[in-house]
Design a protein around this ligand. Structure first.
Ligand code: URA
Length: 436
């Protein structure tokens, strides 16, 4: 194919035909295209967008670029959730076992960190021995027997997204409505789902900075997924502040275990319970939101999702003895630096972008395709907006690879906070619910 003319057409704002987009995906997966041309195509799409014919054509071509999951007939609906990405966004970790305990099957195929946002796979891989590389048949068998599997795309699932995702991450082309839509839905539509919930984030550390942009992204995804027969809803959620009180791969696993144990931060629990409740409604397991929230909340408190989580870890190779030993430790990092308030006040701002960038730059995320992530790097015990601090109170703990990195990281994390005299009420992270 003449890929250069396709790049030029997109650069000049012309629409590409479904056939051209299918040819592009074929050539991409056949490794016939040099990375510099793919990168330049991505940048053209970033600036020019994709129209209402191009977007489904690209998404479906990506979905069909590899093998799909298909499951035996079973009364348990197949469901999943996906997030557009945030800092401290560990919702999938407690949510997936909760859903399995609510009687769903959850073939959760997720991704790695992208930009400053964390990735579910990177978090899970901070658990010793745990593998996210499961062959397709293993995923199907485990979902049938345990009700859940959390894995990455297999070599052969949606290979087009794997190639584009890695390139977008390092070419500044992540925050694009059509590229995010195609990336998320190509994966989700290959899971044979009955229902899907989307966490579309907006704010300082989200790819969509404003609520309006997030709404447009959510509407595009709901429209496309629903037209493919998947009952889809989206929650628009706040990403000005990190979710929960911890960010960084291992620290987020710990906080997820707290949530599964009935403790942990309120905003995290609220989102986990809300996503489960919406899926209960979407699959007609419940008819009112209040009843669905009660059921999801009671299930989370029953302790069964924690047992399910541990069963999944064991099934996917985790060294349970070492995992429990690590959970008992205060930190896995070489150095912990405490950031303390220099004066009294209310937390008026805790900027998720500054925190996400600091974690990424000090080893908790990727700066290029070859970066090896340090799972122990991150922050915990974050003070959240609305919280009252007296002089000397803890604002955050910084977990760093060494003392020097810890001091510099602490300085950067300090700049994420702003204290004020007046109290600002804490807000629900859920701004809006969108459905078909
Ligand atoms: N998650 C994805 O899988 N893809 C994106 O582009 C953004 C978030």
């Amino acid at each position: 194919m003449n890929f250069l003319s396709l790049i030029e057409a997109k650069r000049d704002g012309h629409a590409l035909s479904p056939q051209q987009l299918q040819d592009f995906v074929h050539a991409l997966v056949a490794q016939e295209l040099p990375e510099y041309q793919i990168a330049s195509f991505l940048m053209a799409v970033f600036f020019r967008g994709l129209d209402a014919t191009e977007l489904p054509a690209l998404t479906l071509a990506m979905r069909d670029s590899g093998e799909k999951l298909s499951f035996p007939e079973d009364p348990r609906p197949l469901v999943d959730k996906h997030s557009s990405g945030g800092v401290g966004d560990k919702v999938s970790l407690p949510l997936v076992p909760l859903l399995a305990c609510l009687g769903f099957r959850v073939p959760s195929i997720s991704g790695r960190a992208l930009g400053i946002t964390g990735g579910t796979l990177d978090k899970l891989e901070s658990i010793p021995g745990f593998t996210t590389q499961l062959p397709r048949q293993r995923i199907i068998e485990q979902v049938q027997s345990l009700g859940l599997a959390m894995a990455g795309q297999t070599e052969r699932m949606v290979p087009a997204d794997r190639i584009l995702y890695a390139l977008r991450d390092v070419t500044g082309t992540v925050p694009s409505l059509p590229l995010i839509t195609a990336s998320i839905l190509s994966k989700k539509l290959s899971e044979s789902l009955d229902a899907l919930v989307l966490d579309v984030k907006f704010g300082r550390a989200a790819f969509m900075q404003t609520r309006e942009e997030a709404r447009a992204l959510a509407q595009a995804m709901i429209g496309l997924a629903s037209s493919c027969g998947v009952n889809t809803r989206a929650l628009l959620t706040d990403m000005d502040t990190p979710l929960g009180e911890a960010a960084g791969n291992w620290l987020e696993v710990r906080e997820s275990v707290d949530c599964l144990s009935g403790h942990g931060p309120q905003d995290l629990r609220e989102l986990v319970v809300a996503f489960a409740a919406h899926l209960l409604l979407q699959t007609r397991r419940e008819t009112s939101l209040a009843a669905a929230l009660d059921r999801a909340s009671a299930c989370l408190d029953s302790g069964l999702p924690l047992q399910k989580w541990e069963a999944m870890l064991a099934a996917q190779g985790a060294d349970m003895h070492r995992y429990r030993e690590l959970l008992g430790r205060d930190t896995l990092a070489d150095t912990v630096v405490e950031l303390r308030a220099e004066r009294a006040g209310y937390v008026a701002r805790c900027d998720a972008r500054i925190i996400g960038e600091a974690i990424r730059d000090f080893g908790g995320g990727r700066l290029n395709k070859n970066t090896v992530i340090r799972p122990e790097v991150g922050v915990d015990q974050l003070a959240k907006p609305g919280q009252r601090l007296e002089k000397g109170h803890l604002i955050a703990r910084i977990h760093a690879a060494n003392k020097e990195a810890g001091e510099v990281m602490c300085h950067r994390i300090a700049s994420a906070f702003c204290l004020s005299e007046a109290t600002a009420p804490g807000r629900s992270p859920i701004a809006e619910v969108l459905m078909t």
